[in-house]
Design a binder for this molecule. Structure first.
Ligand code: SF4
Ligand code: SF4
Length: 157
């Protein structure tokens, strides 16, 4: 056995690939014809965070405090009135702001097509929030669910 084969870098069984080929012949391609074919989003998908200006924000700043990326700013715009600004180029779409908001004023939309040529357009204030696009939610196959929720092995202390 060569030293590469011993190190596991070379297939020691030349016929093994045929088993893989025949196993996958009947399967659909894993890739999709995006954007023609819309992606399948899992139910808990986290896209662009959205602030509801009529949601009753109390200005507690918990969302600002808990954001790990310093990506959300709350501004007072009137008596008991607040607006939010999200820096989407900093945001990591973790959903912590939505979790921290006891008033449920912030939610995570399904909007994910956020690529832009100009970074300044990635600062989203409450007033300029466009309506979230309609993204088809398709039921995931058991195979896709398994891909979405990987099992994290326990680490030993
Ligand atoms: S989703 Fe996460 S990173 Fe983005 S604004 Fe909310 S807390 Fe900050
Ligand atoms: S956590 Fe909610 S209520 Fe508090 S400032 Fe943020 S959006 Fe407003």
């Amino acid at each position: 056995m060569s030293k590469h084969a011993a190190a596991g870098l070379v297939h020691t069984r030349p016929g093994a690939i045929w088993r893989e080929i025949t196993k996958n012949l009947g399967r659909k391609p894993a890739t999709r014809m995006y954007p023609k074919e819309r992606p399948v989003l899992p139910p808990n998908f986290r896209g662009r965070p959205v602030f509801n200006p009529k949601g009753g924000c109390v200005g507690c700043m918990l969302c600002v405090r808990d954001c790990p990326s310093d990506a959300v700013k709350i501004s007072k715009i009137g008596e008991k009135q607040f607006s939010a600004t999200f820096n989407l180029d900093n945001c990591i779409y973790c959903g912590q702001c939505a979790d921290s908001c006891a008033k449920k004023v912030i939610s995570m939309s399904k909007e994910f097509e956020l690529a832009a040529f100009d970074r300044s357009t990635l600062t989203n204030t409450t007033d300029s929030d466009p309506p979230p696009p309609k993204v088809a939610e398709t039921k995931l196959s058991s195979e896709e669910v398994a891909c979405e929720t990987p099992e994290i092995p326990e680490t030993k202390a």
